[in-house]
Design a protein. Sequence first.
Length: 172
Amino acid sequence: MNLQTRLVLFDVDGVLTDGTLWVGPQGEAVKGFNVKDGVAVALLQKYGMHVGIVSGKASAALDARVAQLKFDVSITGCSDKLEAINIWLTEQDYGLESVVFVGDDVIDVPIMQAAGSAYAPADAHALAMEAAQYITRAVGGGGVAREVAEHILLEQGIGLEEMYSGLFGAVQ
């Protein structure tokens, strides 16, 4: 585990959601997110990490969740996630070695290989699992971000009671 983690990035479909797309005449209308993952964002931010999403798709439903959880980084509608995050990182004082990426499919493999560390959900594509250092017990949409956040913080020596101190009752 990279003890200097500064940014934790999540793919959306298949990581923060179960990968189901609800598409109507106006495009994607809704996305189902797990409330546990909202807690993950708060946990990571509480300990000074930036949290974001990098998604190949863009939608109003995703924009609403990003605003609700106050993600620090939101990159959507990109087909080259590694290039997109490298562009964002040029304005920061750290590089990919300080980034944790959570992905589930072949589009995520390049950024998973380049990041400081990578996670994949239990139901990820085989190539994404191969690129990951850690495989979660949770499947996509089943609290993957919460599991990743707890793992990162536990690896940094922060116990469960300490990490949740002050967060009980927080809005998710």
